[in-house]
Design a protein around this ligand. Structure first.
Ligand SMILES: NC(=O)c1ccc[n+]([C@@H]2O[C@H](COP(=O)([O-])OP(=O)(O)OC[C@H]3O[C@@H](n4cnc5c(N)ncnc54)[C@H](OP(=O)(O)O)[C@@H]3O)[C@@H](O)[C@H]2O)c1
Length: 326
């Protein structure tokens, strides 16, 4: 099969289109013919090897040679322990090892897969998984936003952010979105009450305090986040610099005990129920999917460059099988 492969960390220039062996599903996995795969910041992190946690699979060279985690496609074969799916089923989901999707075929555990609703194209379904998991758990399951609360989403114009803004608005919150100047209009169009251009204003120094902060791109000190939290407020970091994540892991428990502020790393669970939940919102029109651009498999490097250089508004999708999108 064809796949986009890399053998060293670096810029999108290190990616090549190669002929590789088909993957073989384990007993609890399904083999999927990939129709579409979306790009996440985790792919950019895996490509560049930065932040350092992106090198968990290999410190000097990437462990997995194929990136791409959010896929939608058709089941080809199933492992002997797979119960929910059979060949021909149209499915979508997140691959638990965050890799293998920039290819014509990929293997995924059945746990993180759901049936693709007939009303969504493969491209639309591929745009959902990772961003939906983070947004649903950050805003609803763990964030438990209440009407009238002030919620700030840092990195709100990206994949997770566009879902998070809309979920927080559905829950009746007053929402502030932070991202670059190109994305302020998008955040407002999705319902954000206030927007901040991160290049001009530091939300931890503008005198405002929030009941919930969901941060997908944290790089400040833990004390800056404490300052931006209202009493009894919660700060969740989903991604960011290793220095910030370490500080939060080390000092978060002490801040929780000594102040009434809850500062934590959000560890996202991949439960296919969340995929079904999000697609119901999308199909009912309560939540809008934002797909900025589509590329072919051979253009994956270009697609990653577009995200890495800071242009992607919402999601970027790779169409692996063109022309059969439902
Ligand atoms: N905790 C977990 O269990 C878990 C699980 C999966 C993934 N993750 C992580 O969660 C994160 C998810 O990110 P995503 O996919 O939503 O990323 P994304 O689509 O790239 O969105 C991030 C947004 O943040 C913006 N941004 C960049 N620098 C910023 C700054 N200084 N201040 C505010 N915004 C800034 C980006 O804009 P620009 O265009 O300007 O760069 C982009 O619009 C990734 O780091 C991923 O590794 C965590």
């Amino acid at each position: 099969m064809k796949a986009i492969v890399y053998h060293e960390y670096g810029s999108p220039d290190v990616l090549t289109l190669e002929e590789v062996d088909m993957p073989t599903p384990k007993d609890n996995e399904v083999l999927i013919k990939v129709h579409a795969v979306s790009i996440n910041r985790s792919d950019w992190e895996g490509l560049t090897g930065s932040p350092l946690y992106a090198r968990l699979g290999g410190l000097f060279k990437p462990g997995d040679k194929i990136l791409g985690s959010d896929i939608a496609g058709t089941v080809e074969t199933v492992g002997k322990d797979v119960k929910q799916f059979r060949p021909g089923h149209e499915v979508f989901g997140l691959m638990l090892n965050y890799g293998g999707g920039f290819a014509e075929y990929a293997c995924a555990s059945e746990k993180a897969l759901a049936l693709k609703p007939a009303g969504l194209t493969f491209e639309e379904a591929a745009a959902i998984p990772q961003a939906a998991f983070i947004a649903l758990q950050g805003i609803r399951a763990k964030g438990q936003v209440q009407p009238g609360q002030k919620v700030l989403i840092n990195g709100a114009g990206g994949g997770t952010g566009v879902f998070a803004i809309q979920l927080a608005k559905l829950d009746g919150a007053e929402v502030t979105g932070v991202d670059n100047a190109e994305k302020l209009g998008l955040m407002l169009s999705l319902g954000a009450d206030h927007v901040i251009d991160y290049a001009r204003v530091d939300f931890t120094k503008n005198g405002q305090q929030y009941d919930l902060i969901l941060d997908v791109i944290a790089y400040r000190s833990v004390f800056a986040y404490r300052r931006a939290l209202a009493p009894n407020g919660t700060y969740f970091v989903a991604g960011g610099s290793v220095a910030t994540l370490f500080q939060i892991l080390l000092l978060g428990p002490w801040i929780r005990r000594s102040t009434s502020r809850n500062i934590r790393v959000l560890v996202v669970q991949t439960d296919s129920k969340d995929l079904v939940y999000m697609t119901e919102f999308i199909e009912s029109g309560k939540i809008k999917l934002v797909i900025d651009k589509r590329y072919s498999l051979s253009e994956t490097a270009e697609a990653l460059r577009y995200l890495g250089e800071g242009h992607a508004k919402g999601k970027v999708v790779i169409t692996v099988v063109p022309g059969d999108q439902r």
